[in-house]
Write a protein that binds this ligand. Structure first.
Ligand SMILES: [Zn+2]
Length: 119
C-alpha cells in the first residue's frame, strides 16, 4: 500500500514526542569523534522538526537522538555532551543529567532512578 501523500511518516514516538526516525538519521553525519549535525541549529543546539503532543514542534535534536536510540522518555532530564560540543550528535558523547530547572524547589534528582547508569 502506498503511503497517503502528506503523511507525516512518523516512525517513532516516545513520551510527548513523535518523529521520523529515517529523517532524523539522514541529518547525522558520522565522523571520527564528534558527529556532524546537518540540520538546523540555534544557540542552544541542534534542532529537528518533530511533533510534541501531535503538534509540529522544533525539538532539540539531541534529545530526539537519545530517545530514538534508547526509547526512553527523558522529560525529567537534559542531555549533556561529554565532549562539550553542543552541536555534536554522537549519542556515545551524550549523558543524561537531571533537569534542575524542573526541580529547582529542592535541587534534588527526580524521584525515579537515574537511567544513565543503566547498561
Ligand atoms: Zn561529540
Amino acid at each position: 500500500m502506498p503511503r497517503p501523500t502528506g503523511s507525516r511518516q512518523i516512525t517513532k514516538n516516545c513520551g510527548q514526542y513523535s518523529w521520523s526516525s529515517e529523517r532524523l538519521h539522514s541529518k547525522i553525519k558520522p565522523e571520527p569523534g564528534c558527529y556532524q549535525w546537518l540540520g538546523s541549529a540555534n544557540i542552544n543546539g541542534n534542532l529537528f522538526l518533530a511533533y510534541k503532543n501531535d503538534r509540529a514542534y522544533n525539538a532539540n535534536a539531541n534529545r530526539l537522538i537519545w530517545m530514538d536510540t534508547y526509547g526512553e522518555d527523558i522529560r525529567d532530564y537534559r542531555v549533556a555532551m561529554s565532549c562539550q560540543n553542543k552541536y555534536c550528535c554522537n549519542v556515545d558523547h551524550m549523558t543524561l543529567e537531571p533537569n534542575y530547572r524542573r526541580y529547582k524547589g529542592d535541587g534534588k534528582s527526580p524521584c525515579r532512578n537515574p537511567i544513565y547508569d543503566k547498561d
